[in-house]
Ligand binder design. Structure first.
Ligand code: IMP
Ligand code: MG
Length: 460
């Protein structure tokens, strides 16, 4: 069942484009990732308003679980529109591409009945993740762990891949088609090997040569497959589609609070996750950007290192959120830390990203029954001092200021009609709306389960 009101809302906003040309809307996570963006993206794409969906940053560190028509797919690098047959899939120049992951996902999709090859376009300027990048990622984490500053990366080689690009020694995706690709790869391999040996000799990092050989073989096989795909000047293609009057959705990976510049450095990912990066990660001017959708959960989760001020202190309750919300990483399987909704961080993320429409996901997950109170974080403190601005480093935060509001237990699972929403969840949503009133955002829909149609419309 398609949801008519949401459809109209998206349609009306997608029409206001310049001179009949198409526009780009953006979806980003507003917390620390895992807000369930994949589901919202899949839903947005199902109304025939967009002709394509584009990844513009990050790599196979992302993990999107998409459920549609009884099928479940966990994607890391393929854009979330893969389960919809008419949507073009774009991987932009801002993405670091793990060839093995990409080919594996394409095979899995084929098994589900979706051959995405004819509608997948990859920028020749995207960056290649090499088979040694994940090992360098692990070596770096091993080294950091010794000095107790582990970031808790996804071990997908994201940091090293972006580092190589900034240091101007990396491989571009289009390089695979060049006659001297082997030579280019060999130069980088030598550099990586020296680097790995440094970790070994100076810091006792154990290099698993057998594993490296296995990865190497898989990587070269995947590169051969990659060569057969549509590698192109994606900026040109996207601009062409816009000129044809088509709309495109840009799909953020990770989230605003993990942005390399504005997140809690160094506990961040290695790319800019903010909507501002859509332009650079796809090669389009900012003038084509229209709606910015922000996604938050009704509570907060985080994986990896760094302070997490909103974390639920009661371990049993945190576990209850983890279990009820299946809060285990789609990429790494790690349990996610769970916290209360953090409105202080959310306001910061909205301001940074210019979001105008909000999805609140997982509102069905509430292990606190009606009549019992849950908390919402509304401010941070450094000892006795109330912080007026978002802190430079999150470890400055020693405690949080909270407000309490009644829980609703599991009474809203699968609700699709906003008239059927429990009184308590209704109060919670109105409370959030009041707290964000000055930011000019609309809570347009609220998620109540994993399926595409498990949501209800909220503000008009
Ligand atoms: P990296 O992106 O693998 O380098 O990891 C850096 C940080 O970002 C770590 O704290 C990861 O847990 C986090 N991270 C990266 N990708 C995701 C994601 O898709 N969801 C949630 N956290 C992520
Ligand atoms: Mg995820």
């Amino acid at each position: 069942m398609r949801n008519k009101i949401l459809k109209n809302k998206i349609a009306s906003s997608a029409i206001r484009r310049r001179g009949g040309k198409g526009s780009i809307d953006v979806v980003v996570g507003l917390q620390w990732g895992d807000e369930g963006k994949g589901k919202n993206i899949d839903e947005l794409l199902s109304h025939g308003i967009y002709s394509g969906v584009a990844r513009f940053q990050g790599g196979a560190n992302a993990g999107h679980t998409i459920k549609a028509n009884g099928k479940t797919f966990i994607g890391h690098i393929i854009p979330s529109g893969c389960l919809q047959k008419d949507i073009e899939l774009y991987i932009g120049n801002g993405v670091v591409v793990d060839a093995v992951s990409l080919i594996k996902e394409m095979r899995e999709l084929e098994d589900l009945g979706f051959d995405v090859t004819p509608r997948l376009y990859i920028s020749n300027r995207a960056k290649l993740v090499s088979y040694l990048h994940p090992f360098l990622d692990q070596a770096d984490e091993y080294y950091r762990n010794k000095s107790s500053h582990k970031i808790g990366t996804t071990s997908r080689g994201i940091g090293p891949a972006y580092s190589d690009i900034r240091a101007r020694r990396g491989l571009l995706l289009g390089d695979v088609l060049l006659p001297d690709f082997k030579e280019r790869e060999e130069n980088l391999r030598k550099f990586h090997h020296d680097f790995l040996n440094l970790y070994k000799e100076k810091h006792e990092f154990e290099i698993d040569e057998k594993k490296i050989e296995e990865s190497k073989a898989k990587w070269w096989a995947a590169v051969e497959e990659l060569k057969k795909l549509q590698i192109c000047d994606l900026s040109f293609l996207v601009q062409k589609r816009l000129a044809e009057g088509k709309n495109i959705l840009a799909e953020g990976a990770q989230a605003v609070m993990l942005d390399i510049d504005f997140g809690d450095y160094p506990n961040v990912t290695s790319s800019n996750t903010l909507p501002a990066n859509v332009c650079l990660g796809l090669g389009i001017p900012h003038t084509v950007l229209r709606d910015i959708y922000g996604v938050t959960k009704a509570y907060t989760t985080k994986v990896g290192g760094g302070n997490f001020p909103a974390r639920i202190k009661d371990q049993a309750l945190e576990k209850a959120f983890q279990d009820a919300g299946h809060e285990f990483g789609a990429t790494t399987g790690r349990p996610r830390m769970c916290g209360w909704l953090d409105l202080f961080a959310l306001r910061h993320a909205i301001a940074l990203s210019g979001v105008n429409k909000i999805f609140i996901n997982k509102a069905d997950i509430c292990p606190i029954n009606k009549g019992k109170n849950m908390k919402v974080v509304i401010g941070y403190k450094n000892n006795k001092k109330v912080l007026k601005e978002f802190p430079f480093y999150l470890n400055e935060v020693t405690s949080v200021i909270t407000e309490e509001i009644s829980g609703w237990g599991d009474s809203n699972h699968g609700v699709k009609n906003n008239k059927k929403v429990s009184k308590e969840l209704r109060s919670y949503l109105n409370y959030i709306k009041r707290k964000l009133a000055d930011l000019n955002v609309k809570i347009i829909a609220v998620g109540t389960g994993q399926d595409r149609d498990h949501f209800f419309n909220w503000e008009k």
